[in-house]
Ligand binder design. Structure first.
Ligand SMILES: Nc1ncnc2c1ncn2[C@@H]1O[C@H](COP(=O)(O)OP(=O)(O)OP(=O)(O)O)[C@@H](O)[C@H]1O
Length: 341
C-alpha cells in the first residue's frame, strides 16, 4: 500500500513531470540527471475525464521510457490523499498513480512553488527584462503570475539553497492611491466587501477594472474578454482599453514592489501567468517600473531590483526539472505530499 512518506531522497529516474493548470496540462519526462527533459504536446484538461487518463494517453502511450516517479505541480491546496484541482474537474490521487500507473514515488507541489523553482535558474532567452536594473546578486526573488487568478510566491535564498515560499499573496488588499484610483475604487466589484489584488490583477480583474472605468466615464462597456481589452489597449484603438491597460500595469507594478519589499527580493521580481507575456509593450512603458519603485523610504533599493517577464513557454516544467536533477539545491518541503510504494 503506497504510504505518505516525506523524504529528501532524490526521486528515482526516469521522472515524469507535470504542470497541471486549470485549463492546460503540460508534461515532460526527465530520463536522468544529465539529459534535457522531453516535453509532450500540451493537453486540454477538459478533453480527459481524469488526470490518469491524460497521463496514459498523452504521455505513456507516446513514450518508450517508463517513468518510475512523478513530480506534479497543481493549482489547488494539497491536503490528504485526494487533491481536487481549482478550476478543473480532475482529482489527483497519488496512491492510484502508484498502484495503477506503475510509479514508485509521487511528489505533489503547488503550481506557484514550481514557478518559484523555475526562476532560480531561468536563462536569458526565457525571460524579458522590464526596466534598466540588471541581475547582479544571488539573492531572494519573487514571482507574480496574473492569469485566471493571481499566484504569488517567494524564492528565499538562504544557506546556499533556494527555498520556495508559496502563499496566498494574490489575496492581499490593494488600496486606492491616486485621485483617479479614488474615482474608480467604489465601482470595482468587491469580494465580501474588500478589493483584493486578484479583484484587479488577473483576467477577470481586467474586466472588473474596465467596467469600473466605463462606469466612472458614463460609457456603456463594449469589450467583453480580457484579451479584447489588452489588444485594444496595446493597439490604442479604444481609449478606455488604453487607460485600463495603463492602470493594470500600474497596479501590477505597485503590488510587485510590495512583494519585493516583503521578501527582500533583491535578486529580482518575475512576472509569469497567462497575461504578462501578452502585454510586454505596456509593461515596458514607464508606469510599471515607476509604480514598482515608488516605495519610500526604500525607493533606492527598489530601483536596483531587476524585473522580468517569464517568456519560457514551459517555465514551471523547467523548475521541476531543476529540482529533479538537484534536489539538494532546494529547500523544498516534501512533508505531507510525497507518496512512496
Ligand atoms: N491577451 C490576453 N490579454 C489579457 N488576458 C488574457 C489574454 N490571453 C489570455 N488572457 C486571460 O488569461 C487567463 C488565463 O491565464 P493562464 O493562461 O495563466 O491560464 P490558467 O488556466 O491560469 O493556467 P493554465 O494554462 O496553466 O491552465 C484568462 O483569464 C484569459 O482570459
Amino acid at each position: 500500500m503506497p504510504k505518505l512518506n516525506h523524504s529528501d531522497v532524490p526521486l528515482p529516474f526516469p521522472v515524469l513531470m507535470g504542470d497541471i493548470g486549470g485549463t492546460n496540462a503540460r508534461f515532460s519526462i526527465q530520463v536522468d540527471a544529465y539529459s534535457e527533459a522531453k516535453p509532450f504536446p500540451i493537453m486540454h484538461a477538459a478533453d480527459y475525464a481524469t488526470i490518469d487518463d491524460a497521463i496514459r494517453q498523452g504521455v505513456l502511450s507516446k513514450s518508450t521510457v517508463v517513468p518510475r516517479s512523478a513530480i506534479l505541480a497543481v493549482a489547488g491546496p494539497i491536503n490528504g490523499d485526494e487533491i481536487p484541482l481549482t478550476n478543473s474537474d480532475w482529482i489527483v490521487r497519488p496512491r492510484t498513480m502508484i498502484t495503477d500507473l506503475g510509479m514508485e514515488d509521487v511528489l505533489i507541489i503547488n503550481d506557484f512553488e514550481a514557478q518559484a523553482l523555475a526562476i532560480s535558474n531561468l536563462a536569458d532567452d526565457g525571460r524579458e527584462p522590464i526596466g534598466a536594473a540588471r541581475d547582479g546578486l544571488i539573492a531572494s526573488r519573487a514571482v507574480l503570475g496574473p492569469g485566471t487568478g493571481l499566484g504569488v510566491a517567494g524564492l528565499i535564498h538562504a544557506k546556499n539553497s533556494w527555498i520556495p515560499a508559496p502563499g496566498e499573496g494574490g489575496h492581499i488588499d490593494i488600496g486606492p492611491r491616486s485621485k483617479r484610483d479614488l474615482q474608480i475604487w467604489p465601482h470595482l466589484e468587491a469580494i465580501e466587501g474588500r478589493i483584493s489584488a486578484e479583484q484587479i490583477i488577473c483576467g477577470r480583474g481586467l474586466q472588473n477594472l474596465y467596467r469600473a472605468l466605463c462606469h466612472v466615464e458614463g460609457v456603456e462597456p463594449t469589450l467583453k474578454e480580457p484579451a479584447d481589452i489588452t489588444n485594444h489597449g496595446l493597439a490604442g484603438s479604444d481609449w478606455l482599453a488604453v487607460e485600463t491597460l495603463t492602470l493594470f500595469v500600474t497596479y501590477l507594478g505597485r503590488l510587485a514592489g510590495d512583494i519585493a519589499l516583503l521578501f527582500m527580493a533583491r535578486g529580482g521580481v518575475y512576472l509569469s501567468g497567462g497575461i504578462s507575456q501578452k502585454i510586454i509593450p505596456a509593461l515596458k512603458k514607464p508606469e510599471f517600473r515607476a509604480a514598482f519603485e515608488d516605495k519610500a523610504p526604500h525607493s533606492a533599493m527598489l530601483r536596483s531590483i531587476p524585473t522580468y517577464v517569464v517568456t519560457h513557454p514551459l517555465a514551471a516544467l523547467e523548475g521541476l526539472s531543476s529540482y529533479a536533477r538537484m534536489p539538494q539545491k532546494f529547500g523544498l518541503s516534501t512533508e505531507g505530499r510525497r507518496w512512496r510504494r
